[in-house]
Design a protein around this ligand. Structure first.
Ligand code: ATR
Length: 271
């Protein structure tokens, strides 16, 4: 019998997850069906419960339901607790188990696909919303020298720093400051600004020599990517992270690791 999975979100029509998981399944010879599951804003739990009662084995969770999913689980993994958000649900042995694979997806894309070692690097992450929350602990676990969280609303960056400040990594919060002279080896745009063709204000000299500019948004050339290219630094968009977080979910569900590089190359080639 074919096992059923879904991505639940609002909106969800644009999601590439069905395509990605179908490619993984073909590649690994797994029999699965993966569909889009739109949920009304007030009906995340009932929509997912119905899918599970109909035989569904698991779901990926996207905007805006990652916190609803966190509250919905019977069991949570440490990564989900760190992130206080869940992007993968596994229905197993009568329980709903919640995972967060976003952070590991980002770190795998950086370190393996882009061959960018985070260890000892100065990292600037822009934004202090759900996307930043999801990746903070795996980023810290990769041993950067320091992480600065910059956000338009400074208080949100400060509360994230307070939450994650339990390691020996230097962690600080700042507002966007055009006069700042600090340079970074890795600048991650985890704001949603690129979706509206905007970007947070960054000083020209923000990038150190050999820096990488990583845009979490995928499938479009954002102002942040334009800016980084003008500054002459290497850029990457969120396709790699998207595929790697999906591969981690596929592993949780199916116990098989797909070859992600082929799928990333396929998605990028289409842009
Ligand atoms: P997500 O779950 O995608 O992170 P979110 O929780 O709504 O979404 O957070 C969006 C992030 O993008 C926030 O950090 C937001 O800044 P504020 O906390 O100050 O609202 C940031 N953001 C969105 N549009 C922005 C813009 N035009 N310039 C700068 N930051 C922006």
């Amino acid at each position: 019998m074919t096992d059923r999975y879904a991505v639940v979100g609002n909106p969800v029509a644009h999601s590439l997850s069905p395509e990605i998981h179908s490619a993984f399944a073909r590649q690994t010879g797994q029999q699965i069906e993966y569909v889009k599951l739109p949920a009304p804003l007030e009906a995340f739990s009932s929509t997912v419960a119905q899918f599970r009662d109909g035989g569904g084995k698991g779901v990926n969770v996207t905007v805006p339901f990652k916190f609803d999913a966190f509250k919905f689980c019977d069991q949570l993994t440490p990564a989900a607790i760190d992130a206080q958000a869940v992007n993968t649900l596994d229905f197993r042995d009568g329980k709903i188990v919640g995972y967060n694979t976003d952070g590991i997806g980002l770190v795998t894309d950086l370190e393996r696909n882009l061959e960018f070692s985070i260890r000892g690097k100065r990292v600037l992450i822009m934004g202090a919303g759900g996307a930043t929350c999801g990746v903070m602990q795996p980023l810290i676990n990769a041993h950067p020298e320091s992480v600065v969280i910059a956000n338009r609303t400074l208080e949100k960056a400060m509360s994230l720093v307070a939450r994650f400040k339990k390691s020996d990594i230097k962690l600080s919060a700042k507002a966007y400051d055009v006069r700042s002279a600090t340079q970074f080896d890795l600048v991650i745009n985890a704001t949603s600004a690129g979706l509206r063709d905007e970007m947070p204000p960054l000083p020209d000299r923000v990038f150190a020599v050999g820096a990488l500019a990583y845009e979490m948004v995928y499938g479009r050339q954002t102002p942040f990517m334009d800016f980084a290219q003008t500054c002459g630094v290497q850029t990457a968009d969120g396709h790699g992270m998207l595929v790697e977080q999906a591969a981690e979910a596929f592993w949780i569900w199916r116990g098989v690791r797909p070859d992600t590089r082929l799928v990333i190359a396929h998605l990028k080639a289409r842009d």
